[in-house]
Write a protein that binds this ligand. Structure first.
Ligand SMILES: [Zn+2]
Length: 100
């Protein structure tokens, strides 16, 4: 018995992401990714935020995005509102779209 399997699995698991740099959704499947203007896959944004090289909601504010993510986590992930809000207000401001 040894623990080599743990090490070997690391490359496939990617526990650190990637995450959408707009809404923090984990980008796991090929269809989760947004698209660039030339139709290629965006490496940074999900398909809900970014399509054909443009943000789907270009005028949304960071606060509105936090509200969106909170209600998503509460309704779909059945997360308590306080916990969802803590995650939203912690993660969203760190994302590339909101850091400038
Ligand atoms: Zn997104």
């Amino acid at each position: 018995m040894h623990c080599a399997a743990l090490k070997e699995g690391e490359g496939m698991q990617q526990p650190q992401g990637p995450f959408c740099q707009s809404c923090a959704m984990p980008l796991q499947k090929e269809e989760d990714f947004g698209t660039n203007a030339d139709g290629s896959k965006s490496e940074e944004y999900c398909r809900y935020c970014y399509q054909a090289g443009k943000f789907t909601e270009p005028d949304i504010s960071m606060k509105e995005m936090v509200d969106k993510v909170v209600s998503f986590l509460v309704s779909l992930e059945k997360m308590p509102e306080a916990q969802a809000r803590e995650i939203g207000t912690t993660f969203i401001p760190q994302l590339k779209r909101w850091r400038e």
